[in-house]
Ligand binder design. Structure first.
Ligand code: GUN
Length: 284
């Protein structure tokens, strides 16, 4: 049985450190603030947004919640983002994705000031990550990296395979592993010999969005396996992209779902908000 990588415990520690830092900033009159914008009624998004607001409270970060109806126009959302960009109490802006179909996500992401872009989705921040000179790391890949580090495994020189090439997870994850001197392969839906490539991985990150996609025959003995997937099964339970019960018998360390990457994403968002507040107040 593999080591279980406890995302709840690691994220708790990060949130406690963040809370301490926020209290010290408050002593200096700096109150980090995060605006969280939810448009529409997506049930998963509602849960994520509520968890983000709870985490703000635990970290003493001021949260400004905006819940807008599904019918909100692109123009109205752009206007709100513009106002939040100008508001000195707001250090970070998070617009929960996905947005309703009639709103162009890219337009909204482009409108967020890069200085307040705590998701690190703006092209300026994406470019900074590419060249390794960044203020914010995107929350989910940063959380995965912290979990890999928590196992004590050295990334440098290792074969790393990322399954999934999304802008939110796969691409930045590959870049972060590359910055740490991993030898990185990105696999996707058109990849040939996927199982063979995955079997070479010392570090395997699954961000596919398909229930139990990674089976035991795709995993090298002794690998570290990070499961980014959150899939709802027919019985209503959550499960990851990895066939956890089978893979855990083969790998050295594995993240559970839930309780692995999920809580880390939120902890990293808190950290990014504090970084944004420090930059905007000239203390970093
Ligand atoms: N939807 C799913 N994950 C994320 C995330 O990390 N940030 C935002 N803004 N929306 C999301």
């Amino acid at each position: 049985m593999a080591q279980l990588i406890d995302g709840k415990a690691v994220s708790k520690q990060i949130k406690e450190e963040t809370a301490k830092e926020v209290l010290a900033l408050r002593e200096k009159g700096i109150v980090p603030g995060l605006a969280v914008v939810l448009v529409g009624e997506d049930p998963a998004s509602k849960v994520y947004v509520s968890n983000k607001q709870k985490a703000c409270k635990a970290c003493h970060i001021e949260s400004f919640g905006y819940v807008l109806p599904e019918s909100t126009s692109e123009e109205e959302l752009l206007k709100l983002v513009g106002e939040l960009n100008e508001d000195p109490k707001v250090n970070g802006i998070l617009v929960q994705l996905p947005l309703p179909r009639h709103i162009d996500e890219n337009k909204i992401i482009h409108a967020i000031s890069p200085k307040k872009d705590v998701d690190a989705f703006h092209p300026v921040n994406v470019g900074k990550i590419m060249i390794g000179d960044y203020d914010f790391l995107p929350c989910t890949p940063a959380g995965c990296l912290a979990l890999i580090d928590s196992t004590g495994v050295e990334i440098s020189g290792k074969r790393c395979v990322v399954i999934g090439r999304s802008n939110i997870v796969g691409k930045p994850m590959a870049m972060l592993l590359l910055h740490r001197n991993g030898t990185v392969t990105i696999c996707h839906s058109k990849t040939k010999n996927l199982a063979e490539i995955c079997r070479e991985a010392d570090i395997l990150v699954a961000a596919v969005g398909r229930e139990k996609f990674v089976t035991a025959d795709m995993v090298k003995e002794g690998a570290v396996v990070i499961d980014v997937g959150i899939n709802r099964m027919e019985n209503g339970k959550l499960c990851g992209d990895v066939d956890f019960d089978a893979v855990k018998e083969k790998c050295a360390a594995i993240t559970p779902v839930p309780g692995g990457v999920g809580p880390m994403t939120i902890a990293m968002l808190m950290k990014n908000t504090v970084t944004a507040a420090k930059i905007q107040n000239g203390t970093l």
